[in-house]
Ligand binder design. Sequence first.
Ligand code: ACM
Length: 519
Amino acid sequence: MQPIAIIPRPEVVTPTGGTFAFDPRTVIVADEHCGTTARLLRDRLRPATGLGFPIVRAEPDAGGSIILEIDSAIAPSGYAIDVSSSGARLRGGDDAGLFYATQTFLQLCPPSVFRKMPVSGVTWGVPAVTISDSPRFGWRGMLIDVSRHFFGRDAIFKLLDALALHRLNVLHLHLTDDQGWRIQIRRYPLLTEVGSWRARSAMDRPDMRPAGRQPEYDHAPHDGYFTQDDLREIVAYAAERFITVLPEIDLPGHSQAAIAAYPQLGNTDEKLPVWTDWGINTHVLNVDDSTIEFYQNVLDEVLEIFPSEFIHIGGDECPKEEWRASPSAQARMKELGLRDEDELQSWLTGSFAKFLSQRGRRLVGWDEILEGGLPADATVMSWRGVEGGIAAAEAAHDVVMAPDPETYLYHRQTDDPDSEPMGAEPSVPLTTVYDYDPMPEGLSPEAQNRVLGAQCQMWTEFLSSERQMHQMAFPRMSAFAEAVWRRDRGLFADFEERLVVHRERLHALGIDGYERIGC
Ligand code: ACM
């Protein structure tokens, strides 16, 4: 039996000696209520072990069962596991907690349990142990940017498997940006017909380029988008794993792909292509009624697909030059009595907050939405460090922490540029992510209650393949999962030891490519 090496590390793990060995008589005992989690556990245990793990309602007299049950004495999302040589009992405080118990149980198994075909030479079973555990934060997320580079459904399913393994529960899908629109909208087909395709991509980082120098481009068009059926499938797959998919439609900045498809959304007569460079773009949406209505129609279709309570409307990096030069934006400001363009963006955010709340949803946006005043029920995702999050939490807004650089996995992880895909500066090594504490210092107790949790961000400007994305995301995502789940800190050496086994799990899941990166 390999050492117990669970990531994220549970609160209490007490080995009790002995082993529960799996054999053809081993069954999963679950009532109807626990059916989906039982099926997922069975389907995960079957292929590599070659054993059947039938799901039964009552425990056989002979024992040797994996019993799944809900125990309301355990905290929500918490769980307990008791393994003895005669069987295993997995109890969840609620359905999510029971699912997390199964994910931890799978990490008690040999790592090759995650392979898709029978593995020989492995003694299948788990060590006798008692575990009790619960998460520190309710929002434990990861953002994947499918706009800058598109990764298809299978990559997302694999990522969802990885999130489940790490007991993360939010997948933030960054679906639209200057460089690509990746969600089918029935009412506006050009969003994907035009907006999901760009002719080429800049190959360098804008900050590496001497001033005035044009980017160097690759010679490959880049395209792709999710149909609404694809997204429904992703949402359903995630939901079975207690993961909420948070869709982001970024506005009013980061919108050039939409403007390329529907030029009437922009501020000038210039015919804009889907953007082929990276960085902050001065072309943004106009604030005409027709544009607001357009995006409300887009959001109506988004709401049909995504049951998430929160809907992300971006709000980041919206340069105001075009609004300053636009007679219609200036007329809008005058009509509304607004002092400046920040207040204009704030007004726009407020109109979408109202639109969403009328439909029973809540707006979340990047911390720029604080500028010019924040709508009362808006939630802030703090990315420009933690200050925005602190200010919002102290002003009684809910907050999700997502600070750059600690949670930005598109930063390089070493100081050796030859050892990994191109990443942003400065480097963010594994230890930095591991040491990250989502609760900022100095918050009042009331404000602390406003911190829903945190997420790590996988921006993909510089990552053109799923393999490169994995090279940057892992194993730092594993360190992040530990940072957002656990209350105790400072156990990096212990984490590194567990990571040796965990890398085998990730490899068996088809997540690899990072082994040679020096972190
Ligand atoms: C962001 O990184 N612009 C949210």
